[in-house]
Ligand binder design. Structure first.
Ligand SMILES: N[C@@H](CCC(=O)N[C@@H](CS)C(=O)NCC(=O)O)C(=O)O
Length: 234
């Protein structure tokens, strides 16, 4: 059994997709990031960066194994299952490259773009929005070239697709047009058709909020410092 600490966002969907694709037994535990669940000491013991997704694997001999960071979680689960990860050395090197690419480039960029598009206070978000829109566009260009002549990022469908796909799914709400990227558009559609992917994107959709964050939620999510996290986690 896997405990899956989750909130319905693109970062949460990445791991939800893999869990659904693997068909493993898991229990979804909501981490309400707008209410501060990510600062609870029991969650920080699993995920020291106070971010979801995270998992605890109970299906191992000895103590349960906690894993944080979506890329690490996905590598761990795929390797354990022997699925969605190449087995040869060169293929594994490429899987690592594209996982790190997502975690260090596309993910943070899309996250910041989402912040500036959705949450930056009126009038002061323009520079940030333009900066991250360009960088998000650049990342789409990188994916477009990689998908030239390939159905999936590593050739076969793998965790490299599952980790990069959620932030491409929501390109439109982020203000980006996919028309200039036909390879990315076809890949986005190909992955979207998979039943496991649909189930993952629907996971916990009833938890999703509508409307802008309250002042208290805004403070909790966007004004974190080492000191504020230390205070909140008691
Ligand atoms: N690099 C992390 C990013 C995870 C992340 O940013 N999670 C956000 C929600 S999308 C979160 O938990 N935020 C809580 C907070 O900001 O305190 C990963 O890929 O796992």
């Amino acid at each position: 059994m896997i405990d899956f600490y989750y909130w319905p966002t693109p970062n949460g969907w990445k791991v939800a997709i893999l869990l659904e694709e693997l068909g493993v037994d898991y229990r979804m535990i909501p981490v309400n990031i707008a209410k501060g669940d990510q600062f609870k000491p029991e969650f920080l013991a699993i995920s020291p960066n106070n971010r979801m997704p995270a998992i605890v694997d109970h299906g191992v001999p000895g103590d349960p194994v906690p894993v944080f960071e979506s890329g690490a979680i996905m590598w761990y689960l795929a390797e354990k299952a022997g699925k969605f990860l190449p087995t040869d050395a060169l293929g594994r090197k490429q899987a690592m490259e594209w996982l790190f690419w997502q975690a260090a480039n596309q993910g943070p960029t899309a996250g910041q773009l989402s912040h500036f598009v959705n949450y930056a206070p009126e009038g002061i978000g323009d520079y940030g929005r333009a900066r991250y829109a360009r960088e998000y566009d650049r990342c789409l260009g990188v994916l477009e070239r990689r998908l030239e002549g390939r159905d999936h990022i590593l050739g076969d469908y793998s965790i490299a697709d599952m980790i990069a796909w959620p932030w491409v799914l929501i390109a439109k709400p982020l203000g980006a047009a996919l028309e200039p990227f036909p390879n990315v558009t076809a890949w986005r559609g190909r992955v979207k058709q998979r039943p496991a992917v649909r189930r993952a994107v629907d996971l916990g959709k009833e938890l999703r909020r509508s409307g802008p964050p309250t002042d208290a939620e805004r403070k909790l999510l966007y004004e974190q410092t080492a000191e504020s996290v230390a205070k909140l986690s008691g």
